[in-house]
Design a protein around this ligand. Sequence first.
Ligand code: 4NP
Length: 154
Amino acid sequence: MIKIMFVCLGNICRSPMAEFVFKDMVKKQGLDKEFYIKSSATSYEEIGNDIHYGTRDKLIQKGISFERRKATRLKPEDYKKYDYIIGMEDSNIRNIKRIVGEDVDSKIYKLLDFSKNPRDIADPWYTGNFEVTYNDIVEGCVGLLEFLKDKYSI
Ligand code: 4NP
């Protein structure tokens, strides 16, 4: 099983959106048994809170299923537990490394590293634009899934 942890600053906007989009994608391709998918925050700001209404509304609009959840913080031991720890922007990557230490096993990536146009995913908490975020997350998740299908021959 391939274990993936999506990470953002608050774990209420981007990383849970990536979690539910990627879960939907692998399910539609009949690959859900191959994956264990979670998301977490680098900050303590929103711990225990459910997803932001902007993320919730966007998932409903796009027909992506999701569950009620509570934001959690990335733990140092998650580095061993997960195969891929995937942040949304450079500042996430710096914060992830502050929590888990150096990336000795090359497990830490930005989501859009898996696209043809690597870049940060802007934080809709600040931009208010959940459509741009959604499109970026879909682009990253498509690239990630193609990469993993190829790498693990699934
Ligand atoms: P996220 O957005 O990192 O995409 O979940 C944010 C949510 C909350 C905060 C910052 C970013 N905050 O400062 O509480």
